[in-house]
Design a protein around this ligand. Structure first.
Ligand SMILES: [Zn+2]
Length: 130
């Protein structure tokens, strides 16, 4: 079932830039290419994340024109996922430490103020054969 309520708007804004300014292949400079925006829901806040993506400008390089995304993006959430890694870890702890069921986890998440569809919890469980 598709989401029937809109996602909550971000409560905090974060700008992430690349820590590495040199190409990992040729060592040349990585130039700023574009901004990319995504929203990540954590247990405490809804983050509006602006990612500053860079690219190698050396045409002879094997990494030429490929996007180099900020390294810290991987600490927030999985690629293409709506919820942060802390939400996934909390759900995993509820499931494996407390042996909660999916409806119990969903109820506890809503009581914490989260807005996570039960389908997402079930999907994460399916990835781990709950
Ligand atoms: Zn390069």
């Amino acid at each position: 079932m598709a989401r029937i309520t809109p996602r909550p708007p971000p409560t905090q804004a974060v700008v992430l830039s690349c820590l590495n300014r040199c190409c990992p292949v040729c060592g040349g400079p990585l130039w700023f290419a574009y901004d990319n925006a995504r929203t990540v829901t954590t247990l405490e806040v809804v983050l509006g994340v602006t990612l500053q993506v860079r690219r190698c400008v050396n045409p002879a390089c094997a990494f030429y024109h490929r996007p180099y995304r900020p390294e810290l993006e991987g600490r927030l959430a999985l690629p293409h996922h709506e919820f942060g890694l802390d939400v996934i870890a909390w759900i995993g702890a509820c499931r494996y430490q407390d042996h909660d069921t999916v409806p119990e986890i969903h109820r506890a998440l809503i009581n914490r103020g989260g807005d996570c569809p039960a389908r997402s919890i079930t999907c994460w469980g399916a990835m781990r054969n709950w």
